[in-house]
Design a protein around this ligand. Structure first.
Ligand code: HEC
Ligand code: HEC
Ligand code: HEC
Ligand code: HEC
Ligand code: HEC
Ligand code: HEC
Ligand code: HEC
Ligand code: HEC
Length: 421
């Protein structure tokens, strides 16, 4: 079935349901019929009818805007689609291109069905033979430049299969459809038709028919985030980049093989297994002390919370560093801590060493400060220090030496704690 037709189908059926639902307790409406069907996805507009606060808060997060319908609203395109500008940007990287610039496919605005992303980069979905494909030009938002993206094989890369499950909700590969663009309520709460169809007064039944991550074992709950903030291959469908068949509450390992350097993914992972590619926060985090201690994504991030400042990264506090200090009220004044007056925990423990649009835009989530010696031992591995100690490579040895001297002596410099900002 055509995506669009399918998209509008379920919400209409349910909306009809809900128009009657205000008087549900009085009128005998046979929800049985609906409840006898398997659980299906209904879309966030249906959830909104009862959970307006969650809906409003979610609307302020990037999750709701991941995939946006450019036919309904051209303003979701964050730049001008000007072939001259695009070609002149491509000219600057001509040597890298696998297709001559003249033969480059550049979409017309009216051909763009959906936009993907808006924060770091934007890609564009166009339709050919009823299949959504990712156009081979990408706009990098922070630098304002256009780059190439799979210009030679883009027509062989169906978006739904390659990417769909992480960017849209209710994807069905067999039917070639999805229910809602973006990371919507049901991506984290599971299909909600039963929950939505039950009358409001049936609180206990309602609770039992929807996944509340807060009521799952922490390790199972965090896999919801891990189903997308991850990189790997589907175990069930060849060629799919996302865990086809996974639903919130299930074990991710049954559906997904994660990528790693050891398995040969030198493109997305450094030799020390720290992430080089983006959307790999779960892979990083699993290597951390936080994982071992049960400090999960939700210890530091919120997903929908009215009143929270809308900060980049959705951290619980107004900055990443303050979020750390919620728990780490004191750090030992030894080693790197002793010689620094800075409370920039994130700068050292979460260096920006991964790439979404341009390298160094995404934070590491292993939470280990990478030292100069990590780079000295393997020049391909970056370190945390050179963000601030911007010397040339030769000075790295010296920086490491000074650091070693300080730590070897166990030098306790008179700094009682790392103070807040
Ligand atoms: C007809 C009204 C209604 C609709 C529509 C509705 N909900 Fe609910 N939801 C409720 C009620 C009532 C509760 C129980 C509140 C309580 O626990 O006090 C609830 C509880 C929940 C909970 C918490 C469950 C628990 O165990 O604590 C989640 C999560 C949830 N809803 C998500 C959704 C999602 C996602 C949708 C859309 C697919 C949705 N709801 C649609 C009324 C609704
Ligand atoms: C990215 C994942 C994600 C998305 C998207 C999401 N939720 Fe949630 N939701 C959670 C998590 C995790 C919790 C557990 C509470 C917490 O720790 O914030 C939760 C809790 C809830 C609850 C239980 C009450 C509460 O606040 O604890 C309701 C109701 C709810 N969500 C409704 C919704 C609705 C409605 C939408 C869409 C408009 C939505 N959620 C979208 C992850 C998500
Ligand atoms: C269905 C896939 C999916 C699930 C499930 C999911 N995310 Fe995301 N998440 C995304 C995508 C895609 C983006 C990027 C959105 C964009 O840029 O428009 C994102 C963005 C984010 C961001 C970045 C916000 C920013 O300002 O840069 C945070 C933080 C985040 N997610 C946390 C979580 C947490 C925590 C969970 C689990 C409760 C979760 N996500 C579950 C797909 C998902
Ligand atoms: C396993 C899940 C997954 C798959 C598969 C996936 N992505 Fe993503 N993508 C994410 C998450 C999560 C983010 C946000 C977090 C991050 O970038 O670190 C993201 C971010 C993006 C962004 C940047 C968003 C912004 O606001 O800047 C674009 C563009 C994008 N993805 C395109 C694609 C395309 C095209 C494909 C398929 C070829 C794809 N992704 C496959 C999960 C995935
Ligand atoms: C110990 C705290 C902590 C934990 C645990 C944590 N994060 Fe983060 N995360 C942060 C901080 C801090 C930032 C950077 C915020 C900023 O921009 O200053 C961040 C940034 C992000 C971003 C935005 C992209 C980037 O790197 O700038 C995404 C997406 C994200 N986290 C997802 C996740 C997911 C998914 C998990 C769980 C697998 C997770 N985080 C676990 C603290 C944490
Ligand atoms: C919800 C509480 C919590 C938050 C928030 C938190 N941590 Fe932790 N962190 C812990 C716990 C618990 C441990 C393990 C016990 C310990 O070593 O103190 C830990 C351990 C660590 C370690 C030690 C790693 C090791 O290998 O021993 C580092 C480094 C660290 N955290 C950095 C951070 C940074 C940076 C942030 C902010 C981005 C942060 N933490 C936020 C609770 C938290
Ligand atoms: C957020 C910026 C920042 C980061 C990241 C950073 N430093 Fe520093 N570093 C400073 C500043 C500023 C000083 C001067 C002392 C002060 O005011 O804190 C300093 C001082 C030092 C000193 C003592 C003075 C000297 O040059 O001998 C050493 C050694 C040092 N840093 C090593 C490191 C190492 C190793 C790392 C990586 C783990 C690192 N720094 C990461 C900002 C930073
Ligand atoms: C200049 C870099 C730098 C800054 C800034 C920094 N750290 Fe560290 N931190 C390190 C290094 C290096 C280690 C040694 C272990 C490692 O490599 O991660 C360390 C170790 C730790 C440890 C484990 C040992 C211990 O002392 O308990 C924790 C927890 C920690 N840092 C938390 C924080 C927090 C929280 C902040 C912000 C208030 C912070 N760090 C700021 C570089 C830094």
């Amino acid at each position: 079935m055509e995506t669009r037709a399918w998209l509008s189908y379920i919400p209409i059926v349910l909306s009809a349901f809900f128009m009657a639902s205000s008087a549900w307790s009085d009128t005998e409406i046979d929800a049985k019929e609906f409840l006898s069907q398997p659980k299906a996805y209904v879309g966030s507009e249906v959830c909104r009818t009862c959970h307006l606060e969650h809906y409003d808060a979610w609307k302020r997060t990037l999750h709701s805007r991941m995939l946006q319908d450019a036919r309904a609203n051209k303003d979701v395109i964050i730049t001008e689609i000007d072939p001259e500008i695009i070609k002149s940007d491509l000219k600057k990287i001509e040597k890298k291109l696998k297709v001559p610039i003249d033969e480059f496919y550049i979409p017309k605005v009216e051909d763009i069905q959906y936009t993907i992303g808006s924060q770091w980069k934007q890609r564009y979905l166009v339709k050919k033979d009823n299949t959504l494909l990712i156009a081979p030009t990408q706009f990098n938002a922070e630098t304002g430049r256009w780059v190439n993206y799979h210009e030679h094989d883009w027509q062989k890369r169906p978006w739904l299969k390659k990417c769909g499950g992480c960017h849209a909700t209710g994807v069905d590969l067999d039917k070639n459809t999805f229910v809602e663009p973006g990371v919507s309520c049901e991506a984290c709460h599971g299909p909600g038709s039963h929950h939505a169809a039950l009358p409001k007064t049936e609180i206990f039944k309602k609770r039992a028919t929807i996944v509340n991550p807060a009521k799952l074992t922490a390790g199972v709950a965090v896999q919801i985030c891990g189903s997308c903030h991850n990189r790997g291959k589907s175990k069930l469908v060849k060629g799919a980049g996302w865990p086809v068949g996974y639903k919130p509450g299930k074990a991710l390992t049954a559906y997904y093989n994660e990528t790693s350097f050891a398995e040969g993914d030198v493109k997305h992972v450094y030799a020390n297994e720290f992430s080089k590619g983006h959307h790999q926060q779960y892979i990083d985090w699993k290597q951390s002390a936080h994982y071992r201690e049960g400090v999960t994504c939700l210890s530091c991030h919120f997903v929908h919370q009215l009143g929270n400042p809308v900060v980049r990264g959705q951290t619980k506090e107004s900055s990443g560093d303050k979020t750390c200090m919620n728990c780490h009220t004191l750090v030992n004044p030894v080693g790197a801590h002793a010689v620094h007056s800075t409370a920039k925990c994130v700068a050292c423990h979460m260096p920006r060493i991964a790439k979404s649009a341009e390298s160094g835009d995404i934070h590491s989530h292993v939470f280990v400060a990478l030292l100069p010696k990590d780079t000295l031992e393997n020049p391909k591995i970056p370190n945390s220090c050179q963000t601030c100690h911007k010397h040339k490579n030769e000075d790295l040895k010296d920086l490491q030496k000074r650091y070693d001297e300080l730590t070897k002596r166990g030098a306790k410099v008179e700094v009682s704690s790392v103070s807040g900002e």
